[in-house]
Ligand binder design. Sequence first.
Ligand SMILES: NC(=O)c1ccc[n+]([C@@H]2O[C@H](COP(=O)([O-])OP(=O)(O)OC[C@H]3O[C@@H](n4cnc5c(N)ncnc54)[C@H](O)[C@@H]3O)[C@@H](O)[C@H]2O)c1
Length: 351
Amino acid sequence: MAKPRLAVVGIGLIGIRHAELVAASEDAELAAIADPSDAGPREAERLGTRHYADYREMLDAERLDGVYVAAPNQLHLEIGLACIERGIPAVIEKPLCDTLEAGADLVLASEAKGVPLLVGHHRRYNPRVEATRALLQRGELGRLVAVNAVWAVRKPDDYFVAWRRTAGGGPILINMIHDVDCLRHFCGEIAEVQAYGSSAVRGFEVEDTAVVAIRFAGGALGTVTLTDAAPSPWGWEAGSGDNPNIAASDENCYRFLGTDAALDFPNLTVWRGAGPEPASWAEKVFPTRLDWAGHEALPRQLAHFLEVIAGTAAPRIDGRDGLATLAATLAIKDAIHTGRPARPVAPPPAP
Ligand SMILES: NC(=O)c1ccc[n+]([C@@H]2O[C@H](COP(=O)([O-])OP(=O)(O)OC[C@H]3O[C@@H](n4cnc5c(N)ncnc54)[C@H](O)[C@@H]3O)[C@@H](O)[C@H]2O)c1
């Protein structure tokens, strides 16, 4: 049987990783890439595939089974719609879109046409994320009381091309959205947030730093601290080593607190008392490191995308799921903007 023919739209930081993965895969063919920049023809030659400056031309000229949309956030709607119109399943990089209206339009179009979308919240494919969710769902920490999360790096100055400095870019939509998605995945839906943001270090239109307080619908509370202007060992990519572009630290970035035990993540260390009852403050708690196997999330996302294309699996993170993460993330921006608590906007009903 012929291999599924995939294409990548946008071959920047993340798109090139998708293109390289597909090109190296035994289960798929990299049919083409589309990118208007000078890098396009050069990368196409290196990867042994065709290049188009205009993604619409590519979608019309190539017989494609699936597309990765890895262009700037502000273009996800138009590129996603172009795939849906042609009946081509797509992985839409996160955020699903830069606004809720755009995200809802994309989801409704995919549902109306029956064309599956997979949103690129790839951390969910990481075995440590899977193990943590399973542990929380088994109730091993008791009742979840609170979680605290940190994502702190110093991005290089040349990273800040125009789309990353202006509305629709910024580290809340580019980076914190991953933590929001993980926290939804781990702790359930986010009911309300309060937040502060600051652009005091970089002085861009978008924030460089934010702190968020979360109330989950299930009753637990959470906090997230984010900055792209301060070097640190704390953040998912550093802690997990799941991104070759970010130096690994093996440090934790989340702490979960339950009525029976606590958990460091992503080291997967459970802290628990020695007795059958939850330890009181005079009693020592002891660490137990959990086992997990496997490493990178992106190859597992590709394998799943091929199942979605073949019709043997429903998207693990479909458009609606991506829209819910976007709504919770935009509630954070709303809370920063108004100075008041904000709730994620409910998605539109399915057609
Ligand atoms: N899943 C992840 O971990 C992850 C990581 C980084 C970025 N992202 C997301 O992926 C997307 C791209 O981010 P990036 O950091 O790779 O950005 P980038 O700026 O490095 O790359 C974007 C690419 O899109 C190209 N492009 C611009 N307009 C285009 C068009 N009309 N058609 C085709 N290509 C076009 C640019 O030339 C550039 O090569 C963003 O939505 C971002 O939020 C996801």
